[in-house]
Design a protein around this ligand. Structure first.
Ligand code: NAP
Length: 320
């Protein structure tokens, strides 16, 4: 089968299309034929060798895919060949024509959801869901700022928060991104590059501030977030690419909480609950992953370049 292999850490050019043997599922494992593979920012950090976890070289990247069950292992009972699935992690990497998964890592992909959308479920939607409902404990009737709403995690967070009865304020850096988050259900839209957007945010909340902030770029925004959050507000740090200076007094005076969040820390039972909720959202149409770009598998390097450029528009997926 074709797969994108990494033999050394480095720039996007280290992503190489190669022929490798198709894996064979063992006990408790399932082989998935990948129809689309999701590309996530943390995979660019792994590729570069800057992520805390460094896989043994050579390896294939990727945790997210939409596809069909090609073969189930000896004791993976009840999993039929041909079943439409999305993956919540893989054993052998999803930037490939086939990927081996543990049976607990596959979830049903409803017929109304495309394979490319299936590739956009796991990391983005599970992160958005956990940040909103497990970390921030966001409640219907509250106000949430999705700070960076135009990308994979942000668009999912807008949809999930809207369906849960929150007032949703989303930010994006381009007109196209702002149009996208309006379409996906944000009640109010702001430009995170505008010098006035924090003033507008204050106006939108009648001077109170927002109850919850889901933060995609904490190294730029955390100090500002602490001035924009309401009393007893919660800020969840989903993304950060550096350090930041804050005034702790801003948190003190508001009884505000700053909560870290990494999807890999999710306990197994919580993860099962998150995927159950995501499947329900896919089935009832409240969760509709946004695919902004489909590229051939061979163009994985270009996908990594595009992902790091400004002007996010949903998810980038690779088609084997
Ligand atoms: P993405 O699709 O590349 O989207 C990036 C988002 O950040 C876009 O909405 C972008 O908006 C926005 N952004 C850019 N500049 C910003 C600024 N100054 N203020 C606020 N937002 C800004 O990435 P993603 O998949 O959504 O992931 C978002 C971040 O979360 C990444 O850093 C990723 O590594 C991290 N992440 C963490 C976890 C976890 O477990 N903690 C899981 C998934 C992702 P424009 O392009 O419109 O400017």
């Amino acid at each position: 089968m074709k797969a994108i292999r990494i033999h050394q850490f480095g720039g996007p050019e280290v992503l190489r299309l190669e022929d490798v043997p198709t894996p064979k599922p063992g006990p408790g494992e399932v082989l998935v034929q990948v129809k689309a593979a999701g590309v996530n920012p943390f995979e660019t950090y792994i590729r570069a060798g800057t992520y805390p976890v460094k896989p043994q070289l050579p390896f294939t990247l990727g945790t997210d895919a939409g596809g069909i069950v090609a073969e189930a292992g000896p004791d993976a009972a009840g999993i039929d060949q041909g079943t439409r699935v999305y993956t919540g992690g893989t054993i052998t990497g999803s930037y490939a024509e086939f990927t081996l998964c543990k049976s607990a890592q596959i979830h049903p992909l409803p017929p109304n959801v495309s394979f490319s959308q299936g590739a956009a479920v796991n990391v983005p939607c599970a992160t958005a869901y956990r940040a909103l409902f497990y970390r921030a404990k966001a409640q219907p009737g509250e106000t949430v700022l999705i700070h960076g709403a135009s990308g994979g995690v942000g668009t999912a967070a807008v949809q999930l928060a809207r369906a849960h009865g929150l007032t949703v304020i989303g930010t994006a850096g381009t007109d196209k991104g702002r149009e996208l988050i309006r379409r996906e259900g944000a009640h109010h839209i702001l430009d995170h590059h505008s010098p006035e957007y924090l003033d507008k945010l204050r106006e939108l909340t009648g001077g109170r501030g927002v109850d919850v902030i889901i933060e995609m770029l904490a190294n730029v925004n955390l100090g500002k977030d602490l001035t924009a959050v309401a009393r007893s507000g919660r800020i969840v740090i989903v993304g950060s690419r550096g350090t930041v200076q804050i005034n702790p007094r801003d948190a003190m005076s508001r009884d505000a909480a700053v909560l870290g969040m990494t999807l890999w820390n999710t306990p197994e039972t919580e993860l099962a609950g998150i995927h159950a909720a995501l499947v329900a959202g896919l089935e009832n149409g409240t969760l509709k992953p946004v695919v902004g770009r489909e590229l051939p598998l061979a163009e994985a390097a270009r996908a990594h370049q595009l992902l790091m450029e400004p002007g996010a528009h949903g998810k980038i997926v690779l088609i084997p």
